[in-house]
Design a protein around this ligand. Structure first.
Ligand code: S6P
Ligand code: ZN
Length: 192
């Protein structure tokens, strides 16, 4: 740390816009999320009316040595594709042992977690003043179940990386849909 500038020790994030000062933002629109939602015809129907932003993610990733940490600010819009809520693509960490902590900042949502070894799936609430632990070797997807944007921070090892392909090829085993007005987790194979 000797000689380290304040800029590399302190950053300012903005849950209301999804920005982190000095860091790049990635915008995911609905058209970027082909194959993520369970109902392809509902996805096409929403897309035919426009291509809304589903979420943004801004990552503060200073050059990382082993042992360093990175963080990301995610902001998911409210919305649905059929009965399924707006959500992230979801991923495993490329370095499978990497865990992650998520901290809810604004809005109301869920994390869908799927154990990479057993396939066991869990949903965990993500909301302000709550921290969700994502263990290593766990696919994770973030879901906005509310009516306002869901903002959160994710803190992860610098060497975690993203493996989207492993989950994109078969998708998560479970889907979170609105049933009788409430978010409900169902097995994908049990969907009509
Ligand atoms: C990174 C961390 C988050 C996600 C963000 C977007 O390890 O889990 O910053 O990148 O929630 O999700 P996804 O699945 O599009 O990367
Ligand atoms: Zn992650």
């Amino acid at each position: 740390m000797p000689g380290t500038s304040l800029d590399s020790l302190l950053s300012r994030f903005h849950p209301d816009t999804g920005a982190i000062d000095g860091a790049p933002t990635v915008t995911r629109r609905l058209s970027d999320l082909g194959g993520c939602f369970a109902d392809p015809s509902a996805w096409t129907a929403v897309l035919s009316k426009g291509d809304p932003i589903v979420y943004t993610v801004t990552a503060m990733e200073p050059a990382g040595d082993e042992g360093d940490l990175h963080y990301g600010l995610g902001r998911i819009m409210p919305g649905c594709v059929g009965a399924e809520y707006f959500m992230t693509k979801g991923h495993f960490h490329a370095w499978r042992p990497a865990g992650e902590f998520y901290f809810g900042l604004e809005g109301e949502g869920l994390m869908l977690l799927e154990d990479g070894a057993t396939g066991e799936s869990r949903i965990v609430p993500l909301r302000p003043h709550h921290a969700v632990y994502v263990p290593g070797n766990t696919a994770h997807r973030t879901i906005n179940t509310g009516s306002v944007p869901l903002a959160y921070l994710g803190v992860y090892p610098a060497r975690a990386g993203h493996d989207y392909a492993a989950i994109a090829t078969r998708n998560f085993r479970c889907v979170v849909i609105e049933q009788n007005g409430a978010p409900t987790m169902v097995q994908r194979k049990d969907l009509p």
